[in-house]
Design a protein. Sequence first.
Length: 133
Amino acid sequence: MSAGRTIGSAVLIAAGVSAVVAAAMVRWAPDAGPRIGSVRLTELTAEFMAGAVRDAESAEETAEAARRWAADLETALAVVAARRGIVLVTAEAVVAGAEDHTAEVRWTLMRLGEPAGLDGSGAPVPLEPEFQL
């Protein structure tokens, strides 16, 4: 076999293998990574602090309210992230393109602050219309 035929055969075999590998990667590639959503945590924190300072009667009361709010915030973030199937990050960490979920986190925080938590009776809480999936 001549050198030209050998090189031509090698190129055709390499092209065929490349096509099979590319097709397999497209067919069996994992799903895209998680979607990203943003939350304006600075805004939520400022809103809480304004109310806590205004309503508190002592430094200890303010500190206890802050601990409860931080726990509620963590729960609200987890609820919204799970409900939407997204990863939430602070708005300051996102350059562009992430959907803002601050209003939904705020709504969830308010519901957590109700006497019996998110559902009040053990039944699922209907979402506000603007938060429907």
